[in-house]
Design a protein around this ligand. Structure first.
Ligand SMILES: [Zn+2]
Length: 241
């Protein structure tokens, strides 16, 4: 049963056809893990907090730099030098004081991932490096937890919903590289793709609509196009094959 406060707070989504009190309760009982509290993590965390996802666990070990502020809207000038998870917690607490926040100032590694991610309903990939994305992917397969993958660069981005043993996994189509580079990015691009990640998570938890399974949504901001391509399992995949 929703409280009167929750009914008022979530009124505008409770009047969406199919989104009844039980859908809202499913959100409040869910736990989502967000890897990264930067460009993608900012819109993802803001929109999941505002929608009433009950528990948000988020991991980032970086501190805020001035050059983050063109896109990482959880943070502001006064939080430069702080841990991103601390600044994120403060922003999210201001937005919604009725949800549980689990900030994790740590680095995801093969040794730490079990403790850091634990048991959650969905994992959201808001990372900026390829090796850690593949660690998350292997964890998702091992623990049978869906993974919402996205990536952004300049004015384009991509997103897909990976469900273990139902869809391809990340390793089926995304090569493992360790090349590190400074990714060019305008904040609005991360805003668009991160918002879609949040919406996919909300739909999956509430059971509303369909998610991007076996499909990759590709956004080209320069000519303002959305395209969808089909993804196929790689039968020789070393992770899920
Ligand atoms: Zn695979």
């Amino acid at each position: 049963m929703l409280t009167e406060t929750e009914k008022r707070r979530y009124e505008r989504q409770l009047i969406i056809p199919g989104w009844d009190e039980s859908a809202q309760e499913m959100l409040s009982k869910s736990k989502v893990f967000i890897a990264g509290a930067g460009g993608l993590g900012s819109p993802v965390l803001y929109y999941l907090a505002s929608a009433g996802v009950g528990t948000l666990a988020f991991c980032d070990n970086d501190r805020i730099d001035e050059s983050n502020l063109n896109r990482q809207i959880l943070h502001s000038e006064k939080s430069i030098g702080q841990l991103k998870v601390d600044s994120a917690s403060a922003s999210l607490r201001d937005l919604n004081s009725n949800i549980t926040l689990m900030p994790i100032p740590d680095t995801i590694s093969a040794n730490s991932i079990d403790n850091i991610v634990g048991d959650v309903d969905i994992i959201i990939d808001c990372l900026d490096n390829v090796p850690t994305r593949h660690l998350l992917n292997r964890y998702s397969i091992k623990r049978n937890i869906p993974l919402i993958h996205a990536g952004v660069s300049e004015m384009h981005g991509q997103i897909t919903f990976l469900k273990p043993h139902v869809t391809p996994c990340l390793a089926c189509f995304f090569p493992e590289t360790s090349i590190k580079m400074k990714i060019p990015i305008v904040g609005a691009t991360a805003g668009i793709i991160g918002s879609i990640q949040a919406l996919e998570a909300i739909k999956y938890i509430t059971g509303l609509g369909t998610v991007l399974m076996n499909k990759m949504l590709i956004f080209s901001g320069l000519d303002m196009r959305f395209d969808c391509i089909n993804l196929q399992k790689n039968m020789k995949c070393r992770v899920c094959g």
